[in-house]
Design a protein around this ligand. Structure first.
Ligand code: HT7
Ligand code: ZN
Length: 860
């Protein structure tokens, strides 16, 4: 198949100002009649030719009508899944009629059935599976939707906008009509029919308008919706306060569904969510689940402005809405809880998911230049690196300047389909800034490396900081220009232990530069990229002593965390390379952090954790997963053994009485399980019993899962007791059962690959549900040691799963490819085995475009 190129963009030939849908819903067969008012597009550069309406493979209309006259079959044609109609005038009314089968839709794109519901997913290109339409984000229409369905099976009928009518349709059927006054692209269309109950609430906007809120779920799940509702109301208030953005319709509905390809979808006035990002109570959801729910609810709500009111001109601009909205949800969450811990978590995600992507065969800029299948571009680069690019503008322009920029952006582009360029230009114009070179962040892939060298001259009391940046080559981009990046920098006195140069922001715009600090009359310690002000890799000449000093004294919590991580990384990389590893320095630094009374538990819980095996792998030129496991395990055990009294004291001090969802209680729970993990590492005989007691006595899922995770890594009898008890207790709760699969898939045991193969044959395992598939196969592929079993069993298993899933749901299957795609990073034997599996996949007949694109790019 031929790739779609960004440079080929042309405005559409026809606009569709209004669309009426009349949908007769049933799981086996749904009939969709569409009435489109179309107008030839007079815009400069617009495409010409016939009206081209996108459809899906095999879709044929049962009738096509133009201006009330039924066309003969010869008057329309289907070419490459598009319905082409030659229209004589500049404006016409076109009607089509088609039958589709939601229950046969296993791709979960378009209209599909999920647990007795009928629901839609249209982004990116699902609407064309519902009806013939110009399925591109720059065609904006006003929608009126009439839904008719069986009243018993589908008592609730929801679509975008306002409910404008409802009634009885005879023969046990009923109808509802919805109208959305805001023009929108078809990817924001949504419709749900089912037996649902609502948690109802209301929100009064800043200007005094009342908005009815509804979170729709199965009746049994209603008690689990309060947290999502609180998050929704907090998000609405936050967007008013921080961005001056009010909600614009009288109704805001959310529906939770069990089968969903992604986290959630921001359809106008009718968000549809993967149920894992709505349902929570202490018995079934961890603190991380609670936090993720608040973050995703906020994200989808924020899209109402950053995505819906101002949408994307084409899919190459995806980061315009996604990067900006991730930045907005990150800041919302930071304002709701611990800003420091949130930043640590966000950087962890960036480093775990985006940095490897940016350094591998699938690297692409945040505004890509080409694609085969757009679903493959909902990536950590578009989302998370996109958010970092927005954050850098925020850092450089300041909070007020950034707000001036977003005000101008919304004012200029409201009701239109915009580009990344429109966003950057608004930032420039609102601030009189010049972001010409900064635009390279949109065009160039790859994670820049900054080499920072600090030299002190005692005689002149000066310190000289040399900064040099390189941007690595990535597929299709051999040569790069320097990217302007804001570095927050401070110096501390190694003797006095105090700041000697206050924080400043230096924008490194060139390949290299020097900064001179005067009045530095004691040896300085460099604190750089504080708060992770730029998404780059910083290499410094800091000693273990410098890093230990910063981990104890830096006044920027992120920098403090980072110093500890760097100390651990340096030590572990030295051990992996067979060099001199300063384990004692790590033990001392962890002790100091653990016993610092000024630090809160949530921060300590993050700071004392060792970097993951995969992050350590990313630091090495060639990865040998066994060597990584050995080195990390040895340091983990030493930390456990040498600090056993401290871990015991911490474990005791963090024990909670009754569940509370507060930042303090969350921090205590986090540290409690971290301490249990280190006690386990020290090999104390009482740990399995301690963990089982925590598991059995817990009044919340965080403590229960924390204990289960520790037990799952070991060989004790308590492990089997806890896993069996967990299964028995939650076998009917799909979201919790996912945790049972994941816990075993990520276990740090020699037999994890065997266990995962067995679990794939478990009666509760299915590839048809994306959550369940990810809970086992996705989690396993992220378990570096187990996935990279030396005999290649893990690779074969994941390849088998990709091929099997591809026949059902190509989008989900394609998301499993990147772990195999990293084959060039591993030692030769493993590398060859990984590549062989990719070659096996690509040689399989009938592969989807989704999987083909990911595998062929990985092999290129
Ligand atoms: N904008 C939404 C993207 C999305 C999606 C993309 C591909 C296939 C299925 C999907 N479901 C939702 C989600 C978001 O970023 O808010
Ligand atoms: Zn989004």
């Amino acid at each position: 198949p031929a790739p779609i190129l960004r440079r080929d963009y042309r405005p559409p030939a026809w606009r569709v100002p209004t669309i009426h849908l009349d949908v007769d819903l049933a799981a086996a067969e749904t009939r969709v009649r569409a009435r489109l008012e179309v107008e030839r597009n007079a815009a400069e550069g617009a495409l010409g030719g016939p009206l081209a309406l996108d459809g899906a493979p095999g879709m044929v209309p049962s009738s096509v009508t133009v201006d009330g006259h039924v066309l003969d079959e010869g008057a329309w044609r289907i070419v490459d899944d598009q319905l082409l109609i030659d229209l004589p005038g500049a404006a016409h009314v076109v009607e089509t009629d088609i039958a589709i089968s939601p229950e046969k839709n296993t791709q979960l794109m378009g209209l599909y059935a999920s647990g007795g519901l009928l629901c839609t997913q249209c982004e990116a290109e699902g609407f064309r599976r519902i009806t013939f339409f110009p399925d591109r984000p720059d065609v904006l229409s006003r929608y009126t939707v009439k839904m008719t369905a069986d009243r018993t099976l589908y008592p609730v009928l929801l679509a975008n906008g306002d409910l404008v009518g409802e009634g009885d349709a005879g023969e046990g059927r009923h109808w509802a009509e919805w109208h959305d006054p805001f023009p929108k692209p078809c990817y924001l269309f949504a419709m749900v029919a089912g037996d649902l109950k609502a948690n109802r609430d209301s929100f009064t906007t800043l200007s005094g308008r009342a908005v009815q809120l509804g979170i729709w779920v199965r009746e049994a799940d209603l008690p689990k919706t309060d947290h999502a509702m609180a998050a929704l109301k907090a998000s609405m208030a936050w967007d008013e306060q921080v961005y001056g953005r009010e909600y614009d319709l009288g109704i805001f509905n959310i529906v939770a569904v069990a089968d969903f390809n992604f986290g959630a979808m921001e359809n106008k006035g009718l968000n549809i969510f993967n149920s894992r990002y709505i349902l929570a109570d202490p018995e079934t959801a961890t603190d991380a689940d609670y936090d993720a729910i608040a973050g995703v609810v906020a994200h989808e709500y924020f899209h109402n402005w950053s995505g819906n009111r101002v949408t994307c001109r084409d899919w190459f601009q995806l980061s315009l809405k996604e990067g900006f909205t991730v930045f907005r949800d990150q800041e919302f969450s930071a304002d709701q809880g611990s800003r420091a811990v949130k930043r640590i978590e966000d950087v962890r995600v960036l480093r775990a998911a985006q940095f490897p992507e940016d350094g591998g065969p699938l690297a692409h800029p945040i505004r890509p230049d080409s694609y085969l299948e757009i679903s493959n571009f909902y990536t950590a680069t578009i989302y998370n690196k996109g958010a970092e690019v927005i954050r850098m503008m925020h850092t450089m322009l300041g909070a007020e300047g950034f707000r001036r920029g977003t005000d101008l952006y919304f004012e200029r582009n409201d009701g239109t389909a915009a580009t990344c360029e429109d966003f950057v230009r608004a930032m420039e114009d609102a601030n009189g800034a010049d972001l010409t070179d900064f635009r390279r962040w949109y065009a160039q892939a790859g994670t820049p490396r900054v080499r920072a060298t600090l030299e002190h001259e005692a005689g002149t009391a000066t310190a000289r900081l040399t900064l040099a940046q390189t941007v690595p080559a990535t597929p299709g981009q051999p040569d790069k220009l320097p990217m302007p990046l804001p570095l927050r920098i401070a110096l501390f006195g190694a003797d006095s232990g105090t700041p000697i140069v206050a924080e400043r922001v230096h924008v490194l715009g060139d390949e290299a530069t020097e900064i001179l600090f005067e009045g530095v009359d004691e040896p300085p310690v460099l604190s750089i990229n504080r708060g992770f002000s730029a998404p780059v890799i910083v290499e410094t000449n800091r000693s273990a002593a410098d890093l230990a000093f910063l981990s104890a004294h830096d006044d920027d919590p992120f920098a403090r965390f980072e110093a500890m991580q760097q100390l651990m990384v340096d030590t572990l990389v030295a051990a992996i390379n067979g060099g001199q590893a300063d384990e004692a320095a790590v033990v001392a630094a962890v002790r100091e952090t653990l016993t610092d009374p000024a630090l809160d538990a949530a921060f300590i819980g993050e700071a004392v954790l060792l970097p993951s095996e995969s992050f350590l792998g990313d630091q090495l030129p060639v990865v040998d997963p066994s060597a990584v496991r050995r080195a990390r395990d040895s340091l983990r055990k030493r930390l456990g053994r040498e600090l056993e009294p401290e871990w015991r004291a911490t474990y005791a001090a963090t024990a909670a009485n009754r569940f509370e969802y507060t930042p303090t209680a969350k921090g205590l729970r986090r540290l409690h399980s971290v301490a249990l993990g280190y006690l386990d590492a020290c090999g104390a005989a009482d740990v399995p019993a301690l963990a089982l007691a925590q598991f059995e006595g817990a009044d919340n899922m965080t403590d229960r899962q924390g204990a289960l995770g520790v037990l799952a890594n070991g060989l004790s009898g308590e492990r089997e007791t806890a896993l069996a008890a967990f299964y028995d207790r939650y076998r009917n709760d799909a979201l919790v059962l996912d945790k049972w699969f994941t816990t075993q898939a990520i276990a740090m045991r020699e037999d994890t690959a065997d266990a995962v193969e067995r679990l794939a044959r478990h009666p509760d395992f299915t590839l048809a549900n994306p959550n369940r598939m990810r809970s086992l196969v996705g989690a396993f592929a992220a378990n570096q040691y187990a996935f990279h079993a030396a005999d290649g069993r893990g690779y074969r298993f994941v390849a088998d799963m990709i091929l099997a899933a591809d026949t059902l749901n190509p989008q989900s299957a394609a998301r499993l490819v990147p772990p195999l795609g990293r084959w060039r990073r591993f030692e030769p034997a493993r590398s060859a085995l990984m590549k062989a599996q990719l070659e096996r996949i690509v040689a399989t007949p009938g592969l989807s475009k989704d999987v083909f694109e990911q595998v062929s790019r990985s092999l290129a």
